[in-house]
Design a protein around this ligand. Structure first.
Ligand code: CO
Length: 134
């Protein structure tokens, strides 16, 4: 059911610093930061030949990643994102298998303007999983 690894997301306190590290030290192509007020984050993508790294910096007072950064003050891997062809079919399959879908269970529009869902980390080896309709 799942296809390509779309991205690995890393939560950071300072997105400019993280971008400079990947651009200058690792020599990667890095997009400019984009604020996403609806999601409470500022986002940068590191574009690798086979996938992407997504940096997430908290935006606003009640950012969903604020608590994560309290627990991981140096930043850390926040989620992995896999592509699916049909997000509603994927959701229904996962629910039938007993996996928990976060929120109200309906896809939201994610960072790439495509429908996304998140799956409970306790059901997936302690890792928050994002599904994105490719
Ligand atoms: Co993501």
């Amino acid at each position: 059911m799942i296809g390509r690894l779309n991205h690995v997301a890393i939560a950071v306190r300072d997105i400019e610093k993280a971008s400079a590290l990947y651009r200058d030290t690792l020599g990667a192509r890095v997009t400019p930061p984009v604020d996403q007020p609806a999601h409470g984050v500022t986002v940068v993508f590191v574009e690798l030949p086979n996938t992407k790294i997504e940096f997430l910096q908290p935006l606003g007072a009640d950012s969903p990643i604020a608590k994560f950064l309290d627990k991981n003050p140096d930043g850390g891997i926040h989620h992995v994102c896999y592509e699916v062809d049909d997000i509603l079919a994927a959701r229904d399959h996962l629910k039938a298998q007993g996996a928990r879908v976060l929120g109200d269970g309906n896809p939201k529009i994610g960072a790439h303007d495509k429908p996304v869902l998140f799956l409970h980390p306790k059901d997936f080896n302690g890792t928050l999983v994002e599904l994105e309709q490719a």
